[in-house]
Structures are given as C-alpha cells and as structure tokens.
Ligand binder design. Structure first.
Ligand code: HEM
Length: 450
C-alpha cells in the first residue's frame, strides 16, 4: 500500500505490534543504510559496519537509548544498568563489571550444572518420547540458573510463587501496546497496570526480605570469603571514585534487571540452538561426541573446552539474535555513510538483518557453525555480528549467557534426542525478544539417563 494511504499506517502499526520482524523488507538485507517512515518517527536502518561503529562507539555520546525502549524498561528497571544514563550509568557499570567478569562467571559453572541436572532428571523421568514445549522448558531452566546464581538458595522455599510472579511480570512488561508505539506518555494508564503494580510490590517485598537476611549473614562473614552469589557481590560493590555502595533502590532495580535481561534472552538462545541442531544430524553428532568427552572431565573450565557446542550457540545467535534490533535516538546532527542525520532521528541497528546481510555474509541463510570455530572465527567482521551489541553499552552478561547456553546445550544434547513434533510450526516472533511464536513442541527421548 502507498505510504499516503491511511490503511498503510494502520497495517504497519498492526504488524509492528504483532511481530516487527515481518516489517523487514528484502532490500534492507542488501542496503547498507535505508531510510524508513514509521508511524511515530523517521528511522534510519543502519547496517554499514563503519556507520555502526560511529553510532555505538566513536560518536556514541550523540546517541541515547531511544524513548520507546526506555518506556518498556521503565517498569521496575528504571534505576538499573539497562536504563540509567550518563554519570549514573558510568558509576553503575564500573561497580557491576567485576560481577560479570569472566573469572567471576567461571565460578558459576557449578550452579549452572546443578540447574541443568535438575532439568535432565525431570526429562529422564518423563519416559520415552514425551511431547514437551522446549521453549517453556528453557525459560524455566534459565530462571533456575538466575535464582541459583543471584540468590544461591535464598528463594528455595518460595520458588514456585516466585516463578509465577516472574512470569506475570514478564507478561506485562513484554506487552508493547499501540499506545507505546504512538508515544503516549507512561502517565496514561495502560491495560494491566494494576497487575503490574501488585507484582512489583510482591518482588520488592521478596527481594527486600532476602537482602535483609543477607546483610546479617554478610556482617558475620569475613570479607575475604564471600559466598559468591551475585546478590552478595552486588551488596559489597563499591564505587571506586566515591567509595559508596548502591542504594537499596538501585540494588533492587539491578536484581530485576539481571532477571529480565538474562532470562528470556538466554532461554531463546538455547531454544533456537536446540531447534537448529534438530535439523542437522552432522552437527548433532559433533556436539554429542564433544559433550561426552568434555563433560566427563573436570568441571573447571568445561565451557571453554566445549568449542563445537559454543560455535553452535553462536551460529544460533546469528540466525536468531534474541535482541533482534537495537535502537538509539540522535541527540544532535550527524552524518552516517554520507546520509545526513537530523536530531531526534531514530537509528535502528537490527542484528536480525545485519546477521543475514548479503554484503556481509557468505550464504547467510545457511546454518553453518564452522564460521565460529576457533580457526575461522577471525573472519567474522567485528561489526557484522552483534548479538550482544558493541561499545560501552555492550551486554554485561555476555560471558555469563554464553557459558550457560554452551553447558546446557552440551548436557541436553548428550542425554536426549529431541525432534520436532510433525505438526509443529516454528516461526520467529519479535516480542521484546526473538522467540518461537508457537513455542517449540518437541518429542524428547532419553538416550543416556543411566
Ligand atoms: C545489554 C543481549 C544475556 C544483562 C544487552 C544488549 C544486548 C544484549 C544486545 C545491548 C542493548 C543495547 O545496546 O541497546 C543479550 C543476549 C543475551 C543476554 C542476546 C543472551 C543470549 C544477558 C544476561 C544478563 C544480561 C545473562 C545478566 C544476567 C544485560 C545488561 C545490559 C545488557 C545489564 C545493559 C548493559 C548497559 O547498558 O551497560 N544485552 N543479553 N544480559 N544485558 Fe544482555
């Protein structure tokens, strides 16, 4: 439909709300920079490596996280790392960096394996050929990993209640309404607002209770031997320039940020990896062979030894990046690849498009994890592959997520045969994250439950 027709805008809005992925046109996968008109703003789709570098690194100060993204994040995450800006962001990033450094993340290997063991035990008890929604199971697994790594066993007793509240919370914050797309301020009540407030109050209560209990324990524990879960590290973190710790509001907001940012994203990475492996028996065999060898060895450093499995995860993140689009808003004028940028222009860098761009990838539609094996990895362009973003606001949890997904994929592939149910329809849908629209219904058959 021509852009002057009102029906064009109504259709576009409806598609954006239902599944923005269906708005990407074929030419976007060939053009380095494209200009598009959206119902609420003009946007530049930027998939030229030099221009991406300018927006996210060299001239990053001119681009802020855009208001639509910020509106989604406003609910309970406003004071956490994903949402804060400028000096507060810098201070928080400095304080949180050690929590997600590789050497800290390695200490979570045991907790990750424990969560995976619980899942495999449950799947082993299902018997032969049970039908399972693997996407829902992966969401449960990644929530368990976060519960164990953030709180250790702190929510053990209330786990089911906590999980239900978490799901209710995601269901509300994940709903991007037409009001949001049109830029109607958050002060205007949205459907589900009451439910969201009740859920938030519940979380604040539970998190405050855990923090209180933890403070007593921390006071009794010598600083040299921390019980190293993320909450403890967060409560102990000090701003190097002021020597101050975080306020209670910031601690709460960051816990919710870790839960929100690390839960569905990693679950989707795993679901897509399992789906892609189910379509490729040669790669399934390679992962299985590697998993049998390496998981039998020492726990320490196991994720680093699972190089084939990690390559599969990275290839799944290429084809189905959980964060399918990054967006920024220009503060002042700029030029990107010869195109003038006006202040307030929306810049969209879509990993989904970038990772399948015909100018940047050989056979972009083909599942080929060998692109990410150590001997070929250096051929992947630095600005052609951005599942975790790049620059100062790169995902702080990238090592955490890769380690978790690699370990879980290896363990599950080793012990189970997973095949799509014959009538399954697998279709990627971009809600907040890129997930299989109808879940991932699979038949799970134990092959090694001894
Ligand atoms: C930021 C992707 C897992 C915490 C980001 C960004 C991306 C991303 C693309 C940058 C957004 C932007 O520049 O606008 C992913 C993917 C994951 C994942 C694909 C899993 C496969 C995690 C995990 C955590 C986490 C496990 C924590 C437990 C964060 C935080 C930020 C962030 C706090 C904000 C960083 C900042 O602004 O300084 N993530 N993420 N993410 N991620 Fe992740």
């Amino acid at each position: 439909l021509p852009p002057e027709s009102r029906l064009h805008w109504i259709r576009l809005l409806a598609t954006l709300k239902r599944n923005p992925l269906e708005c990407w046109r074929a030419e976007f996968f060939r053009e380095p920079i494209a200009r598009v008109r959206l119902p609420f703003a003009d946007a530049l789709l930027v998939h030229d490596p030099a221009a991406i570098r300018r927006v996210l690194i060299d001239n990053a100060g001119n681009y802020r996280k855009d208001p639509i993204q910020r509106r989604i994040l406003a609910n309970g995450l406003a004071d956490g790392l994903l949402s804060v800006e400028d000096a507060r962001w810098e201070a928080q990033r400095r304080m949180l960096a050690p929590l997600f450094a590789r050497r800290t993340v390695t200490t979570f290997t045991g907790a990750m394996l424990t969560a995976v063991d619980r899942l495999t035990e449950r799947w082993c008890n299902l018997g032969q050929g049970a039908a399972v929604d693997v996407a829902a199971e992966m969401a449960l697994l990644t929530l368990n990993v976060l519960a164990l790594t953030i709180f250790s066993d702190g929510i053990a007793g209330d786990y089911d209640e906590f999980r239900d509240a978490m799901n209710a919370y995601f269901a509300v914050i994940g709903r991007i309404g037409v009001l949001d797309l049109l830029g109607v301020p958050q002060s205007v009540p949205r459907p589900g607002g009451g439910r969201l407030r009740r859920t938030m109050t519940y979380f604040e209560g539970i998190i405050d209770r855990i923090i209180e209990a933890r403070r007593d324990r921390l006071a009794a524990t010598p600083a040299g031997e921390p019980p190293a879960d993320l909450l403890t590290l967060l409560l102990r973190a000090l701003d190097p320039s002021t020597g101050q710790s975080m306020s209670l509001t910031e601690v709460r907001s960051n816990i919710l940020t870790f839960l929100s940012a690390g839960h569905e994203t990693t679950a989707n990475a795993l679901s897509w990896s399992i789906f892609l492996l189910s379509q490729s028996s040669p790669w399934r065999a390679r992962v299985r062979e590697e998993a049998a060898r390496e998981l039998a060895g020492p726990v320490e450093g196991v994720a680093d030894r699972l190089v084939v499995t990690r390559a599969v995860v990275e290839e799944a993140l290429r084809l189905y990046p959980p964060i399918a689009a990054l967006s920024r808003m220009a503060k002042g004028p700029d030029r990107l690849g010869g195109v003038a940028v006006e202040p307030r222009t929306l810049i969209v860098i879509a990993p989904y498009v970038l990772h399948r761009h015909l100018l940047l990838w050989d056979q972009p539609g083909t599942f080929d994890p060998s692109r990410f094996l150590p001997e070929q990895r250096s051929r992947v362009g630095r600005f052609a592959y951005l599942p975790f973003g790049i620059g100062p606001r790169i995902c702080i949890g990238a090592s955490f997520a890769l380690q978790e997904a690699t370990i879980a994929l290896a363990a599950l592939t080793r012990r189970f045969e997973t095949e799509l149910l014959p009538d399954a329809k697998v279709w990627p849908s971009q809600k907040i994250t890129l997930r299989p629209e109808h879940g991932l219904p699979m038949r799970v058959t134990p092959r090694d439950c001894g």
